[in-house]
Design a protein around this ligand. Structure first.
Ligand code: SF4
Length: 321
């Protein structure tokens, strides 16, 4: 082989690697909820997600590997390529996972504590499974005995969520309180009683007919608000839960969930329809006050009642999917 052939071969190898890097980066951005790609490097860094401004080690975006050629310094290089055998987006007739995908899934699910791209890859496989319950169980399996943030230290229970895995409506709260931590179920204290009443009296739904989850799965000490890094560490699982359930509608309760999911305080969006994208789809979102707040400020129940009436109207509409 002459020198020209050798150089051409090296260039082709480099081009193939660049394509692989770019595909992995696009897939990574899609998993994070991006709907379009930035035009320039400057528009791409720092991350567009506000909560990613101070990422914890558990979910930090991988640092791009230094490249020898300046022109190739753009796409971050993942530590391991995500498995490609499972579809990210819901399909009309999902195919069963291949043997190779099952092997990859088994290996990922057995890993002790996944973070970064391997975590995203495992969640992608989980939410690509065919049935809603199977998808949700797979997300729970990836979460495991989670120690990704400091909230694991004082928890009695990891409160994943409860309800119908194929619910049309998902309710998203803030985090478990003392009773929820004791019983391992979200919204079972006084605020939970008010939520049940709101669901039944305004929406005509029992709690078993919806799915209820929190932004953080472990109780913050002394019922304080979850910290930024704790929300960031737990958010991939919330998004994966939504991608597993694929709800038509989401009821967001309170400012913590509103800021974490919608990037807006509840005062700015309460009572106004929002859209929430999760890997593979999106839901219509109605933000309203948290029941715990309404217990302290009952005069605002009237506003929440109006918000729930909008939600009831949407529930009466036919699900286009
Ligand atoms: Fe893990 Fe979420 Fe619990 Fe933190 S709050 S330890 S990220 S499950």
């Amino acid at each position: 082989m002459n020198r020209a052939d050798t150089e051409a071969g090296a260039l082709l190898d480099e081009l193939a690697e660049l394509v692989q890097d770019t595909l992995a980066w696009v897939e990574w951005e899609e998993l994070r909820g991006a709907t379009s790609l930035p035009r320039s490097t400057a528009a791409r860094t720092p991350s567009p997600l506000p909560l990613a401004a101070d990422p914890s080690p558990a979910v930090r975006t991988p640092t791009p590997r230094p490249h020898t050629t300046p022109a190739r310094a753009e796409p971050p290089r993942p530590p391991a390529p995500p498995p490609r055998a499972e579809p990210l987006r819901p399909t009309a007739s999902p195919s069963p996972p291949s043997a190779a995908a099952s092997d990859a899934w088994g290996a990922l699910a057995r890993a002790p504590v996944l973070t970064g791209l391997p975590l995203q890859a495992a969640l992608k496989v989980a939410v690509g499974k065919p049935g809603a319950k199977e998808r949700l169980d797979a997300v729970r399996e990836v979460l495991g005995d989670c120690v990704r943030c400091g909230l694991h230290r004082e928890r009695k229970s990891l409160v994943f969520g409860v309800g119908d895995p194929a619910a049309r409506l998902v309710v998203v709260g803030e985090g478990p309180g003392r009773e929820e931590d004791e019983r391992g179920e979200p919204f079972v204290g006084p605020a939970g009683g008010l939520l049940d009443a709101m669901l039944e009296r305004v929406l005509g739904l029992r709690r078993e007919q919806v799915y209820i989850l929190n932004m953080v799965k472990c109780r913050p000490p002394n019922n304080r608000n979850p910290e930024h890094d704790e929300l960031l560490a737990c958010r991939p699982f919330v998004r994966a839960q939504l991608a597993a359930i694929r709800p038509e509608l989401v009821l967001v309760l309170g400012s913590v969930a509103s800021k974490a999911l919608l990037e807006q305080p509840i005062s700015a969006v309460r009572g106004q329809w929002q859209e929430l994208r999760w890997p593979g789809g999106s839901s219509r979102v109605m933000p309203t006050f948290h029941p715990a707040y309404l217990l302290r400020k009952p005069e605002d129940k009237r506003l929440t009642f109006e918000d729930l009436k909008l939600l009831k109207g949407a529930l009466g509409e036919r699900d286009p999917r």
